[in-house]
Design a protein around this ligand. Structure first.
Ligand code: 5GP
Length: 250
């Protein structure tokens, strides 16, 4: 494809397009070169398909730092992630990936949208983790899909199985890591991409914006549910999570 593009001279346009900054709801992805990007975490928060919006000063910093801690934990335990380093307050440097248009959700405890699918009460511990796939598409409101749908989107069965297997490994590692710190990892969302060497790598962020964390004793939320359901002060919940993870006060 690249050869063909070179012949027709399209490659230059392609490269320009790829060097553009991508701005999402909570992050900017700023290309540095062919292999690296900067992830800039914003203070903006959105929920319910973008219907609820607010800004929280310091959220970007907290999400960047918490993601960095968790990516390091995973790398140390053999999970390939896009994380390279911290690049200042609310920025990380990461390997450039071609992202799959998928959200891979893993659940350990009944909460959130699972309550609409199974007749189980919030807080019920699942006998085994559930893995779900969602197609990332704002216009379709990120519908839940299965392997048949994903294959139609051009994602192979092998790729799907590899992503699900990495997601379950991430769950094992993080569930234990949080348990040791008095926190229940209720559920979380991951996104994957392919790097320049064709490897499937964990991308995006792992933060209280993308996970549910409950205090093991009080069952208080230390995540974006504080904003979604007006459960209190979002920044102090995120700060408490940061302090439990790092042992340092903000
Ligand atoms: P639920 O399907 O229950 O709404 O979400 C399950 C888990 O995945 C939660 O931890 C939630 O934060 C995360 N999640 C699912 N979809 C999204 C999304 O589009 N954006 C973010 N930030 N997190 C998501």
């Amino acid at each position: 494809m690249i050869k063909q593009a070179l012949k027709t001279g399209v490659i230059y346009t392609n490269m320009v397009i790829q060097m553009e900054v991508y701005e999402g709801k909570a992050k900017k992805v700023i290309p540095i070169d062919d292999t690296k990007v900067i992830l800039e975490f914003k203070d903006d928060a959105t929920a319910f398909d973008g219907k609820k919006k607010a800004q929280f000063k310091g959220k970007g910093w907290l999400n960047a730092q918490i993601s960095a801690v968790l990516f390091r934990v995973l790398e140390e335990r053999g999970v390939k992630t896009h994380f390279i380093g911290v690049a200042g307050d609310n920025r990380l440097i990461a390997e450039r990936l071609e992202m799959y248009p998928l959200e891979v959700v893993v659940r350990n405890v009944v909460a959130g949208s699972l309550k609409k699918r199974l007749p189980l009460e919030e807080g019920t511990e699942l006998p085994e983790p559930i893995v779900e796939l969602y197609y990332k598409d704002d216009a379709l409101h990120d519908p839940m899909i299965n392997h048949y749908h994903a294959r139609i989107l051009g994602i192979s069965e092998d790729e799907l199985r590899e992503m699900e297997s990495i997601a379950l490994k991430v769950n094992e590692i993080l569930r234990e890591y949080f348990r040791e710190r008095g926190i229940i990892l209720v559920d979380f969302k991951l996104e994957f991409g392919k790097n320049g060497r064709g490897e499937i790598v964990l991308g995006d962020e792992i933060s209280p914006d993308t996970c549910r964390f409950w205090d093991a004793e009080t069952k208080e939320s230390l995540d974006k549910d504080v904003f979604r359901f007006d459960k209190g002060d979002l920044i102090s919940a995120y700060e408490r999570l940061y302090e439990r993870l790092t042992g340092e006060s903000v």
